[in-house]
Design a protein around this ligand. Structure first.
Ligand code: CP
Length: 317
């Protein structure tokens, strides 16, 4: 059971717990009305110290679709952080008002710190270049729903593999399933951190290869996970400008791919997928957005102990 737990990184949940979470999310997709009162009377706080569209709004939509309510802020200047209040004091305060907290913060480790002082579950909605576990839940649920499995897949990770926290979290999560193979597609400056190779792929026995050109790899892939070059994490504008368009997925490159390729992207995209690809049935990134809301519904319900299957003829609880 996830009741009362914190979700700080993808490894916060076991593979078995993930399966139960996805089962619940799929039940919600099938019968959303059964869960419309599951969290009535409960409050979700969304504390966003960094910009967001999908994560914050999908958390808020998720809680509202479960019958609960939300409060919070979308940028730190709208809170007493701007007066110098510490993160610990902010979290202690909000945990007196809300039943669960979703927080995004630019500092690595901020979510862990928050969990150490909070009286209620803390969900990491992104901490710097570190982790973004609910994006990983979104990605895994999308893969499970479209591919019907989470193992035995060849996964291309393309773009900013250095700063992209969604890539780090997805690599960790997918390495836990058997026979997954990773193709790491990046320029030398944006290669995946060494610790992912030494502490994730190698201990898991996961095969991986590094390539520079998307064209050389795309034909082998079951999944292509495109990422944005993370402008906000560069120290120098010139490097960003030089690297930002390293990979652009367009119709010509899609012609080199298999018919059963699934293209994912955590979004927002900037230039890395041409809009002409959106109409291709292999482009799944807007379906992925919707899965993100359903998996967050399932997560909130389970953290609040409201994730039980509805009784026949009754509501979510
Ligand atoms: N995928 C994602 O985290 O999007 P936002 O930054 O818009 O929340």
């Amino acid at each position: 059971m996830l009741e009362g737990r914190h979700v700080i990184e993808p490894g916060s949940l076991s593979v078995e717990e993930l399966d139960r979470l996805f089962d619940l999310a799929e039940a919600i997709v099938r019968n959303p009305d059964d869960y419309m009162d599951a969290c009535r009377g409960k409050i979700l706080a969304t504390l966003f110290f960094e910009p967001s569209t999908r994560t914050r709004l999908s958390f808020e939509a998720a809680m509202q679709r479960l019958g609960g309510t939300t409060l919070g802020f979308a940028e730190p200047n709208a809170s007493s952080t701007s007066k110098g209040e510490s993160l610990s004091d902010t979290i202690r305060t909000v945990s007196a008002y809300a039943d669960v907290i979703a927080m995004r913060n630019p500092k690595e480790g901020a979510a862990l710190l928050a969990s150490q002082v909070s009286d209620v579950p803390v969900i990491n909605a992104g901490d710097g270049g570190h982790h973004h576990p609910t994006q990983t839940l979104t990605d895994l649920m999308t893969i499970r729903s479209i591919k019907g499995k989470t193992g035995g897949l060849t996964i291309g990770l393309c773009g900013d593999l250095k700063f992209g926290r969604t890539v780090h979290s997805l690599a960790k999560a997918m390495a836990r399933y058997p026979r997954n193979r990773f193709v790491l597609i990046s320029p030398p400056e944006l290669e995946i951190p060494d610790y992912i190779i030494s502490r994730v792929f190698k201990p898991a026995g996961a095969q991986f290869s590094q390539v520079r050109r998307l064209e050389d790899a795309i034909g082998d892939l079951d999944i292509l996970y495109m990422t944005r070059v993370q402008k906000e994490r560069f120290f120098n504008e010139q490097d960003y400008v030089r690297l930002k368009d390293s990979y652009i997925l367009d119709a010509d490159k899609m012609r080199l791919a298999r018919d059963d390729l699934t293209v994912l992207h955590p979004l927002p995209r900037v230039n890395e997928i041409a809009t002409e690809v959106d109409a291709d049935p292999r482009a799944a990134y807007f379906r992925q957005v919707k899965f993100g809301m359903y998996v967050r519904m399932a997560l909130i319900a389970q953290l609040l102990g409201r994730g039980a299957a509805p009784k026949k003829g009754g509501g979510g609880r």
